[in-house]
Design a protein around this ligand. Structure first.
Ligand code: FE2
Length: 374
C-alpha cells in the first residue's frame, strides 16, 4: 500500500469548514422521469420543484430527499444551452457535489486564493422564506463543487423552488446519508486531483490503494480517498492502471466523455431490508462471483446478519480493525455504463471494503464483457 505524506487535517481544515453534504445535482435528459425513477425505485420523497411554472424559463429541476440525502434532477429547456450540451456529451450524470457551508462567500474566497478555478461567483438568492448565498468552483471534467450557505433560509429547499407535493409517494428504502462520492479521472490525473483536495480544499488523504491492491486477472486501477477535517465528507479518486484488458475506469471515461462521478455510496442501518426492498422495486445489483461466499466466513468471522440472506441478495462483507461493513453495488443506472450507486452499512468499519475489490471488479468485468467493452 502506498504511503501518504499529507499535512495534518487539524491544521488544514480550518479555512473551509464544511457542515455536511447539501445535495447532489444531476444534469439529465428528462428530469421529470429521472425524479420518478429515484422515487419509485430508490424510495426518495418529493421535496421541491422549479421550472416554467415557478418563473424559471431555461430549466426544470426536481429535488427529492431521503434521510439526509438530497438529490436534484435538472434538465435544460433550451436545446442550445451549455447544460444541454453537457447532457449530450455525458448522458445523465452528476453536475454538482454541493456542500453545506457556514459562509459561501468565504468558502469561495479561500478556495480561489488557493488555486481553484471559478465556476460562478458568490450570489445571493432570496424568496419569501429568506435568502441563501451560493458559489461554485470547477472540478474534474464538467463537475463542480457548489458551496451553499443556508442559515438565513427556512424554505423547503432553495429560493426559486416551490414545495412539490404530488399524489404519488413511494415507501422509503431506509437510505440515511451519503457515505462517499467517487470520481473517475484519466491516466496520471489522480495525484493532481489529490493535490487539489489537499491544497484548495484542505482535505487529507485518508487511505490509498495502489494497482496491486485493486487488480483482477484483466484490469487494474488506483484510488486515493480524500476526506475533510472531521472525516465525514469523503471523495475517493480513481484512475485506471495498466492491465491486460480495458479497465472499468477506461470504459467509464470513454462513455462519459471524460472524468466524472463514478458512484455515490448511500448508507442504511439495515442493508438486508434496504436491498430486498430496492430489488423488489427494480433496482439491479451486480452479482458477485460464485466462489465469493465459500470463503466469506473464514475471512470476516461472525457477523450479526443472516448469512443466507447476505448470500441470496449478493451483499459483500469486509472487516477492518474497527469492525465490519456490508456493501453492494448497483448496475449503472442509465444506458451508458457510467454512474452507479453503492448501498453500505457500517458496523464499526471505517474503511471501503478493500477485501471485496477483487470480487467486485470481477463482477463489473462480467458486465463489461456482456457490453463488448472488456
Ligand atoms: Fe464506494
Amino acid at each position: 500500500m502506498e504511503t501518504a505524506s499529507i499535512p495534518s487535517p487539524a491544521i488544514t481544515a480550518d479555512f473551509l469548514p464544511i457542515l455536511g453534504s447539501d445535495h447532489i445535482e444531476f444534469y439529465v435528459g428528462n428530469a421529470k422521469q429521472a425524479a420518478h425513477f429515484y422515487q419509485s425505485a430508490f424510495g426518495f420523497q418529493p421535496l421541491a420543484y422549479c421550472g416554467p411554472e415557478t418563473g424559471v424559463r431555461e430549466k426544470a429541476s426536481y429535488a427529492v430527499g431521503q434521510g439526509k440525502i438530497r438529490l436534484v434532477f435538472t434538465t435544460s429547456l433550451d436545446p442550445g444551452s451549455e447544460m444541454a450540451l453537457q447532457v449530450s456529451r455525458h448522458g445523465d450524470g452528476v453536475r454538482s457535489l454541493s456542500l453545506w457551508v457556514e459562509d459561501a462567500r468565504e468558502a469561495y474566497i479561500q478556495t480561489i486564493a488557493r488555486g481553484a478555478v471559478s465556476c460562478f461567483k458568490p450570489q445571493m438568492q432570496k424568496d419569501d422564506r429568506g435568502f441563501i448565498w451560493k458559489s461554485g468552483i470547477c472540478l474534474y471534467g464538467d463537475t463542480i463543487h457548489t458551496f451553499i450557505e443556508r442559515k438565513n433560509y427556512q424554505g423547503s429547499f432553495l429560493p426559486g423552488y416551490r414545495p412539490w407535493n404530488p399524489r404519488f409517494r413511494a415507501p422509503e428504502a431506509g437510505l440515511e446519508y451519503v457515505d462517499h462520492c467517487v470520481a473517475n479521472v484519466g491516466w496520471n490525473q489522480m495525484n493532481p486531483w489529490v493535490g487539489f483536495y489537499e491544497k484548495v480544499m484542505g482535505f487529507h488523504n485518508l487511505i490509498s490503494f495502489d494497482d496491486k491492491t485493486i487488480t483482477t486477472e484483466y484490469s487494474a486501477l488506483m484510488s486515493k480517498v480524500m476526506a475533510n477535517g472531521n472525516g465525514r465528507i469523503k471523495f475517493p479518486i480513481n484512475e485506471p492502471a495498466q492491465g491486460k484488458k480495458k479497465s472499468q475506469i477506461e470504459e467509464y471515461l470513454e462513455f462519459y466523455g471524460g472524468p466524472g462521478v463514478q458512484h455515490i455510496a448511500m448508507a442504511t442501518p439495515d442493508i438486508i431490508r434496504t436491498v430486498s426492498g430496492l430489488r423488489d422495486r427494480g433496482v439491479e445489483f451486480l452479482v458477485p462471483p460464485g466462489y465469493y461466499y465459500e470463503t466469506l466466513e473464514s475471512r470476516v468471522g461472525r457477523i450479526d446478519e443472516d448469512l443466507r440472506a447476505v448470500r441470496d441478495l449478493g451483499i459483500l462483507v469486509d472487516r477492518d480493525e474497527e469492525g465490519y461493513l456490508l456493501q453492494i453495488f448497483t448496475k449503472p443506472v442509465q444506458d451508458r455504463p457510467t454512474l452507479f450507486f453503492e448501498i453500505i452499512q457500517r458496523k464499526g468499519a471505517t474503511s471501503f471494503g478493500a477485501g471485496n475489490f477483487k470480487a467486485l471488479f470481477e463482477a463489473i468485468e462480467q458486465e463489461q464483457a456482456l457490453r463488448g467493452n472488456l
